[in-house]
Design a protein around this ligand. Structure first.
Ligand code: MN
Length: 186
């Protein structure tokens, strides 16, 4: 299902995005990626490795380290694990046409606990009450993704990594150091 949706949306003779490939689910420290994406409207794609796929959300305003700001997150189709390495430009007129930058990446750990019980990553995803510790180059510490009636909310949990200002360079790839413009022109 996930594979079908992902593949059907894209013409792989035109886009350089990776085709769907199955991966075994991994162990303790799954990966996450945030991709800044200048499609029709600029947004940030937040992806978490769960059971061998990248569960994906569009965060229109992007992440923030400020716990006071809850950001809208829209759940979209699963992406293959290889998508975490994709940086480049999807041709105009294709699905998601525009430049994609690897804005942040790293590993994460599930930290969901409730009333003394530890939840698995799958459980907290299914329930729509996720809490995880991000070990990224920009994003660090506890973050939450909570399902509401209509959508999801993404926000920083209060810990020593919380901050009322974001001190990262928004326009720099953590993989290649390139700006959106440099990626678009390459
Ligand atoms: Mn996108």
């Amino acid at each position: 299902m996930a594979k079908k949706t992902y593949q059907e949306k894209r013409d792989f003779s035109k886009t350089s995005e990776p085709e769907w490939k199955e991966h075994p689910s991994k162990g303790e420290f799954p990966k996450f990626v945030v991709q800044k994406h200048a499609a029709r409207t600029l947004h940030y794609d937040f992806r978490l490795e769960i059971n061998g796929v990248l569960k994906s959300w569009v965060i229109p305003k992007g992440p923030t380290a400020n716990p006071e700001e809850k950001r809208l997150a829209i759940h979209v189709e699963d992406h293959p694990l290889d998508y975490a390495d994709f940086e480049g430009t999807i041709p105009k007129g294709e699905y998601g046409g525009g430049t994609v930058m690897i804005w942040d990446n790293g590993n994460f750990a599930n930290i969901k606990k409730w009333k003394g019980r530890e939840y698995t990553l799958e459980e907290s995803y299914d329930e729509g009450t996720m809490e995880f510790f991000l070990n990224g180059k920009k994003l660090k510490g506890g973050y939450a993704l909570i399902k509401t009636k209509q959508n999801w909310l993404f926000f920083k949990m209060k810990d020593k990594y919380a901050s009322d200002h974001d001190d990262w360079d928004d326009d720099k790839s953590v993989e290649t150091g390139r700006t959106m413009e440099e990626i678009a022109n390459s």
